[in-house]
Ligand binder design. Sequence first.
Ligand SMILES: C[S@@+](CC[C@H](N)C(=O)[O-])C[C@H]1O[C@@H](n2cnc3c(N)ncnc32)[C@H](O)[C@@H]1O
Length: 392
Amino acid sequence: MLNRRSFISVGSALAALLPMLAGAGRAHAKSGKLPVEYDPRGAVGRLERLPLLDLESRQDFMAGVTAFSTTGELAQAARAHGEAIIKAKGLDPTKELPVETATALFESDPVIAMRDRVWFSAHNYEHDILDGHFKGHAERYLAVLEAADRAGPGRLELNPDLPIPQYARHEIHQQPGGYVGNPFAGHIYHYATNMFYRGGNDQDERHLGYAAACPVPQDGGVKRILDLGTGIGQLAVAMKERFPPAEVTGLDVAAPMLRYAHMRAVDLDRDVIFTQRLAEDTRYPDGHFDIVISYILFHEVPADTSRAIIAEVHRILRPGGVFYPMDFNLSASATAFRRYGEWKDHRWNNERWRLEHATVDFDAEMRKVGFTVEDRSDKTAIFGKITGVKAA
Ligand SMILES: C[S@@+](CC[C@H](N)C(=O)[O-])C[C@H]1O[C@@H](n2cnc3c(N)ncnc32)[C@H](O)[C@@H]1O
């Protein structure tokens, strides 16, 4: 594996990459040495280490705080308070309630409020730390990105003329500049989601698992695969690892995410195409792909856009092709406490489309455009996966 910092710091790799550096990394190439804080600290498996031990320690600390407030003792205490409130009101804990009713029930409970405050503040603080670091050393990080833009394997297709829809222009889950308004969106997303996964995805564990579980068309033919809303490309890379001969494309609206995705795929020596397009209007020909997959795209777009994407996927899949979307609540069903969680995520974590998303019944929408949809036993699960097959 080619370590990213070797682009501009290690002799032999530098020599091999000098032609690329002619147009990029100019300041560092000229000075011939890096500031001491950029000493390569290497990678832990697939994860490029942050260049300062201090930053890495803070990441660990914030991952601990996140664990405490999302699955640990504080989260459990909040859940117990939620259950006690439901019981005290004589309500059925499995019953659905309108979001306004659910919110009124839980929002003034101090333990639930503390849990929310700790989790959202940790998320916010983590973003600020990362944003400050990458912007504070922008020249160096941009130089590495620029060099990687032109490197292979795989390729990066950016479209500066793509009209970015208004719904995508906001600071999603408190990420500074969101996906489209910060050149370091991919860097921030990668390290911040490592915190979100509490250290359980720094080797792409989740995405490798999802790729392994992805159903294959009945005739076994898998020539072209598309990952919609690929972000930093973890799922696209995982699909390439599962299907090495296939042409794998990761599609996203956000150039900063795609640049990071491509840089990372180059590091990992994976031949993946990363392309800047809209999931609802991909411009691919009819019947182009054998598999279309997506991971946590839909809860971040308006309901009508979700419907448009489902129709577009049906169009670009070949007969017998498979659509495998994964996301939070892919059905409209949720308990009162979970509804409250969605509202909180919407209101305090700036997940702007989360509530609207919860109104889309994916099974029904997929059937409406012509997919055969497998019966799912997990319709109330917080995280859903659906397999849709286009008629052969
Ligand atoms: C929560 S991220 C998921 C990224 C990635 N799939 C992962 O595994 O982490 C959602 C991604 O969808 C992208 N996105 C949002 N709306 C889109 C659209 N209409 N077309 C293409 N990408 C979109 C965002 O830019 C972002 O990178």
